[in-house]
Design a protein around this ligand. Structure first.
Ligand code: NAP
Length: 304
């Protein structure tokens, strides 16, 4: 088989899988390269209720349906990680962690984003010993225990709601006096008796012995310092785009590291497109990631 792909899609989350579906239907020889597991961050939530067409669906189930659809239509799925890119010439090349080289006439970057660290002392020391960045992955370890969630966005709210189902008590620690999360999540938080929101509060230190035992907190209004006993801290203070791998490639990033795209999902490099959470697109949702993937693929198909 010819080693040249028409379109290589880096990232197997909703953006990349949708791009795969559109590229395959557009008659392109396309592959989706995924470094870990298909679905990316979107595979993690136990319950998604804002993806149109499904009242409630698990993240794994939804993204696995996307994978199956992409594969059935002819997109290849390659489990490997792109570790370096050469994007400026007509034929784009990338090297992978497994030592392979791929070439394509166009590339769609759908690299996703990952949890941003809190930056508090003790965070790195207790990572995996009570500090976690994924409630659906690690929450079950804290059955009938006390858990804290730091953050005020949709991830923090949904993590707190998920943890409330089996922990004894959840503290949602937010630096302001209002959550950033959607109204639907705010309403659920207020209705959940196991969740106590600690407003105007930040975590200044994570402490313990073999595992997390307590947090040092500071009130952002009064400056008062306190200690809170807990078994876990789930950090949900935002995202960082997975774009460090693009350093030196010439792909333009904004000041926060997101890939700059226009409304056609073009980057500043010809025949290099981007989609989903790694881009500077405003709304970060599964549905918008899918939409970005569809636009990136159709722009790429038109331009090839
Ligand atoms: P986010 O929306 O950026 O929220 C981050 C939260 O962490 C904010 O409340 C922020 O406080 C707080 N924060 C940031 N830095 C902090 C620090 N150093 N110390 C303490 N608190 C800090 O991030 P996200 O919740 O991970 O969500 C990312 C994107 O995915 C968002 O667009 C979100 O809507 C989307 N998402 C959607 C769903 C859904 O639709 N169901 C689910 C999950 C995520 P401030 O509010 O004061 O800035």
């Amino acid at each position: 088989m010819n080693d040249l792909y028409d379109i290589l899609i880096c990232g197997g989350g909703p953006a990349g899988l949708t791009a795969g579906i559109y590229c395959a239907r557009g008659g392109m020889r396309a592959a989706v390269l995924e470094r870990m597991s298909i679905g990316g961050q979107a595979a993690l939530p136990e319950n998604i209720e804002n993806y149109p067409g499904y009242g409630h669906i698990g993240g794994y189930e939804l993204t696995d349906k996307m994978r199956a659809q992409a594969e059935a239509l002819g997109a290849e799925i390659l489990y490997d990680e792109a570790v370096s890119f050469s994007l400026k010439s007509k034929i784009k090349k990338l090297k992978t962690a497994a030592g392979k080289e791929y070439a394509a006439r166009a590339v769609i970057l759908a690299l996703g984003a990952g949890a941003r660290p809190l930056g508090a002392p003790g965070e790195a020391e207790f990572a995996g010993r009570g500090v976690s960045y994924c409630a659906t992955c690690d929450g079950a370890f804290f059955r009938e225990k006390v858990a804290c969630v730091a953050g005020g966005g949709n991830t923090a709210a949904e993590d707190a709601l998920y943890l409330a189902r089996f922990t004894k008590k959840v503290y949602l620690i937010h630096r302001r006096d209002a959550l950033r999360a959607d109204a639907a999540n705010v309403k659920k938080i207020s209705a959940e008796p196991k969740i106590e929101v600690l407003w105007n509060t930040v975590v200044t230190e994570i402490a313990g012995g073999n595992a997390v035992e307590r947090l040092k907190l500071k009130n952002t209004v009064t400056g008062a310092v306190s200690a809170l006993a807990t078994d876990a801290l789930f950090v949900a203070v935002g995202q960082t785009p997975n774009t460090a791998v693009l350093n030196g490639t010439g792909v333009k990033l904004n000041e926060s590291g997101y890939i700059c795209v226009n409304e056609h999902m073009r980057t500043n490099i010809k025949r290099v497109y981007a989609a989903g959470d790694c881009t500077n697109a405003h709304l970060k949702q599964i549905v918008t990631a899918c939409a970005n993937g569809a636009v990136a693929a159709s722009t790429a198909i038109q331009e090839l």
